[in-house]
Design a binder for this molecule. Structure first.
Ligand SMILES: Cc1cc2nc3c(=O)[nH]c(=O)nc-3n(C[C@H](O)[C@H](O)[C@H](O)COP(=O)(O)OP(=O)(O)OC[C@H]3O[C@@H](n4cnc5c(N)ncnc54)[C@H](O)[C@@H]3O)c2cc1C
Length: 482
């Protein structure tokens, strides 16, 4: 063994299966101390009084850390838990625990890289080694057919080159046993939500899934979606759905915290293709995981730019910063039922479908003309599956400041509603005050007569807002009040 004792610092990789750092620590060190730090900077307020991490995601994170600890106990170890800045805590713990090295996953984005750098500097001064592992993507960074700083700007080119010239590495097995020191260590407690300054979210029974954090729940979701409910073979046809657990995989929250490894999902897709069926749908799930990789490598390539107004396209547009309009959007009170239903789902559950996200994002930036970063910040706070690269990358795309060859992605909300919620069931589910309006009419209550509205118990301006934007068939929406 090269080392007597190594700390494995867990971050957004809260799993045992396919954990390169843990796996190699088991090979190279007699003893291992797994550590997780709740970083208070993740739980403060950002602009507009928005919480950086909202209650749904914080709860999911706490559950994931708790599950990691249980699973580590299951293989003879435990998890040391602290609240504080990891770049300060980890060097202190390394000295306290007499560790010779710290192994951890490498992140892609600016704030996370800065923490890693500061930690490495502090630890280096103490004569302790660090070792980093890239393990968040399907394709390993070292296997890309180009240097990461030359990642193709256009997704299709990125995908085609990766598919042709790269491979997906095999997963690392769960270690059978992790040797944890026998001495008394202060293990630390898992914080309550209130310790992180948050309240328990109201548990909406209306959510697509009762998301529960941790590797065990993530594996169970895969088991259910692929194998028990046999949904993979129809994924491509159903993935644009809006209601229910199985129109898409819902893997995103587990992927974001690393409870599920994309390579494990890939192996399970391959097994499914062998044992059940191989078709466009089975390919398409991998295709979507490649989108996830693309945003990660693009974020790594462009550093801070992905958080800046002009994005990576350096496209300076006129964005307004109108807090009132923004509040109407966040609260699901724009008077545009398809937008409001999606935002109400997000607020009540922490989740929104991909179709919903594209529409509400386009509405905010294209129809309301609001600074896209406000939308990204709100999603960061609310989404249970918030992932820095996927979120800011997708927002840049919708805002036209990413590298989308198709230019500005404008979504005509009514057309989208007619394609994806023709009978209005999704709106009816999330906006009960409109529920009596039959069929597609629910998407445009302002076109109904006074008598019709009365018959459906809808009082525009009272129990449901007037639309803040008027649409014409060809144009973008035009603000009707402000
Ligand atoms: C404005 C906006 C913001 C977004 N923010 C996030 C975010 O913070 N975190 C996040 O994980 N996804 C984000 N997405 C991408 C996508 O909406 C979600 O990944 C998807 O809806 C999650 O549901 P699912 O797991 O059922 O997806 P599925 O359709 O089952 O897809 C499987 C997996 O592929 C990946 N994937 C699918 N679509 C995308 C995509 N467009 N970009 C990147 N990866 C994708 C996800 O990891 C997903 O879990 C965002 C999309 C938009 C338009």
């Amino acid at each position: 063994m090269k080392y007597k004792r190594v700390i494995v610092w867990f971050k957004n990789d809260l799993r045992l299966l396919d954990h390169a750092a843990l796996f190699s620590a088991c090979k190279e060190s007699s003893e291992i101390i797994p550590v997780y730090c709740f970083d208070p900077r993740q739980f403060g307020e950002v602009e507009l009084g928005i919480q950086k991490t909202g209650a749904f995601r914080a709860k999911f994170l706490i559950e994931a850390v708790d599950n990691l600890r249980s699973n580590l106990i299951g293989i003879g170890a435990n998890l040391v838990i602290r609240i504080g800045k990891p770049e300060e805590l980890i060097p202190e713990l390394s000295v306290e625990f007499q560790a010779e090295a710290v192994f951890f996953s490498e992140e892609a984005t600016y704030e996370e890289k800065a923490i890693e750098k500061n930690l490495e500097n502090a630890i280096w001064k103490k004569g302790i080694e660090t070792r980093t592992y890239w393990q968040s993507t399907l394709f390993h960074m070292e296997d890309l057919p180009f240097p990461v700083n030359q990642t193709p700007e256009v997704f299709t080119q990125f995908r085609k080159e990766c598919e042709k010239f790269s491979i997906v590495r095999k997963t690392f097995k769960i270690p059978e046993k992790v040797n944890f020191p026998k001495t008394d260590l202060d293990l630390g407690n898992i914080p309550e939500l209130s310790t992180l300054g948050l309240q328990e979210p109201v548990n909406s029974k209306k959510g697509v899934l009762p998301f529960s954090g941790g590797e065990s729940a993530g594996m169970q979701r895969l088991q259910t979606y692929f194998w028990e409910n046999d949904c993979l073979k129809t994924y491509k046809e159903t993935r644009n759905g809006l209601l229910g657990p199985d129109y898409s995989s819902k893997f995103s929250a587990w992927l974001a915290l690393g409870c599920l490894s994309p390579r494990y999902i890939y192996e399970e897709v391959q097994r499914y293709e062998k044992e059940r069926k191989k078709n466009d749908s089975t390919y398409w799930l991998v295709f979507e995981l490649i989108w996830r990789d693309y945003f990660r490598f693009i974020s790594k390539k462009h550093g801070r730019k992905i958080f800046q107004l002009q994005g990576i396209k350096e496209n300076v547009d006129n964005w307004r910063k109108d807090e009132k309009l923004f509040a109407e959007w966040t609260e699901g009170k724009t008077g545009i039922p398809f937008v409001d239903a999606n935002m109400r789902e997000l607020n009540a559950t922490g989740f929104m479908s991909n179709r919903g996200r594209q529409n509400v994002a386009s509405f905010l930036v294209n129809d309301l003309g609001i600074d896209w970063r406000w939308g990204a910040m709100y999603f960061e706070s609310q989404l249970i599956d918030y992932d820095v690269c996927s979120n800011w990358g997708n927002w840049m795309y919708v805002a036209g400041v990413g590298n989308d060859p198709r230019g500005n992605r404008y979504f005509n909300i009514l057309k989208q509603a007619s394609n994806y919620d023709k009978k209005g069931d999704f709106v009816r589910y999330w906006i009960p005050e409109l529920a009596k309006i039959p069929g597609f009419d629910i998407h445009q209550p302002n076109t109904l007569t006074k008598n019709e509205l009365k018959a459906y118990s809808v009082h525009l301006g009272a129990n449901y807002p007037h639309p803040i934007v008027a649409f014409s068939a060809k144009e973008k929406g035009v603000l009707v009040k402000n």
